[in-house]
Design a protein around this ligand. Structure first.
Ligand SMILES: C[S@@+](CC[C@H](N)C(=O)[O-])C[C@H]1O[C@@H](n2cnc3c(N)ncnc32)[C@H](O)[C@@H]1O
Length: 287
């Protein structure tokens, strides 16, 4: 009798490469966690305050690590250097020491750059309330009634959690302001024309007013308001020229010349590239 076709034979090299690919993919989370760790150890700020360059031992001493952790600090930094989060260069010393430096990416995390500091939004993205639900993704798929991955894991949605927990409320509100400060500079630089002629504007679900503040500053004649949920508005700062309205956008939005709705859809398929869309009246702008 004819034998069943045997499994296609692969060379040892192909098998080993396939195994390495699996390992790389499975360990992808190490990149995120290394970034979280560097932020929590204040590494971007520490290097920035030291003039933009530090040797591993200088860095370890400054952030308060025991000398026994130095080899692991080098390893952490190697992960981040491979991802172009930091750079490394050799310093002119007899023992050929290296020094770590910042890149345009990490400069966005250094506290001195107040307007464009993205660490609050990254702290939210890397928070365990956001990352942990991903390990239950299969049960979300198998549950026909589940809404979001977050809700499946926590039993309530992000806004409900923020309403119940003031620390979480602050984490979210600060995150949104940091994203808005950064993006509004670019939006106002690239397409401020869409705002011309508008006398009153409401930023719908505008958080703590990061966007509204930037618009009001660029267009002082415009009456700018922010509509958001009560637990957000209660903690909102006060700004000249921006008023806050507490309410639910699904129930009532006060009239205005323009409604501004800034959303940031995450496109997981195209490897987590994000883009921003904002809508003003009939204009829909994507950057
Ligand atoms: C992802 S944040 C975006 C904040 C802001 N638009 C920005 O781009 O920085 C979503 C905001 O929607 C608010 N929100 C959620 N549900 C809402 C509702 N039903 N009515 C009004 N605001 C709501 C949240 O409190 C939060 O501030």
């Amino acid at each position: 009798a004819k034998m069943a076709p045997t499994q296609e034979k692969h060379s040892s090299e192909e098998l080993l490469q396939a195994q390495v690919d699996l390992w790389h993919h499975a360990l992808g989370f190490v990149k995120s966690m290394a970034l979280k760790c560097a932020m929590e150890l204040q590494i971007p700020n520490t290097i920035q305050h030291h003039g933009g360059s530090m040797t591993p031992s200088e860095l370890a001493a400054k952030i308060g690590l025991h000398p026994s952790k130095l080899p692991r600090l080098r390893r952490l930094m190697r992960v981040l250097i491979v991802s172009d989060i930091f750079v490394v260069h050799e310093v002119a010393s007899p023992n050929k020491e290296v020094a770590y430096g910042l890149t345009p990416t990490t400069r966005l995390l250094a506290i001195d750059e107040v307007r464009s500091n993205l660490s609050p939004i990254l702290s939210l993205i890397l928070d365990s309330t956001v990352t942990a639900p991903f390990s239950g993704m299969h049960s979300w798929f198998l549950d026909e009634h589940s809404t979001s991955l977050f809700e499946k894991a926590h039993g309530l949605n992000v806004w409900e959690m923020a309403a119940q927990n003031s620390t979480y409320n602050q984490l979210i509100n600060d995150a949104m302001v940091s994203d808005s400060n950064f993006l509004m500079d670019i939006i106002l630089r690239e397409c401020s024309g869409v705002f011309l002629g508008i006398k009153s504007l409401i930023d719908v679900a505008g958080g703590h007013g990061g966007s509204a503040k930037a618009i009001a500053k660029a267009f002082p004649q415009m009456k700018c308001s922010v509509l958001d949920l009560p637990h957000v508005v209660e903690e909102a700062p006060t700004f000249d020229h921006v008023s806050f309205i507490s309410g639910d956008m699904f129930k009532y939005i006060p009239p205005a010349d323009a409604l501004f709705l800034k959303v940031r859809p995450l496109d997981f398929v195209s490897s987590l590239r994000t883009h921003t869309q904002f809508t003003i009246g009939c204009h829909k702008v994507s950057i």
